[in-house]
Ligand binder design. Sequence first.
Ligand code: SF4
Length: 131
Amino acid sequence: MSQRRTPTAVEVRAVLFDDRFRAAWSAAADPEWRRKARCRSHDPEMFFPDPKGSSLDALAVCGVCPVRAVCLRDVLRRGERLDGIWGGTRPAERDAMLIAWPRLRSGRSPEPPRGRPPARVTRRSRPGRRP
Ligand code: SF4
């Protein structure tokens, strides 16, 4: 496993607004999901790109995969920090999801809220700052 930084609290909170995470959270278990995986017909190496390589091809395959939500659900339920592309997510994205997932299960975080996340405050958008 490659070295990855720990997600920030903001990144973990943002997961609650991520459609992929929300779909995984509400996905029903499907023990046969691997049989339906779109990646079965592609080179597995595509899903483990070099750190400096592009993951866009793999993400495109996941984007049209009929079992994306249950794939991500399975990975998050396992609780392992896997390398590679799974369920349409990159490893760093899943690290934040892996923190949010058990918190939701234990009731320590609210259900994924509806709507859009609040706008991020940046240096440029801070009140009182001139454009
Ligand atoms: S979501 Fe991606 S990694 Fe998961 S089964 Fe589908 S194609 Fe494979």
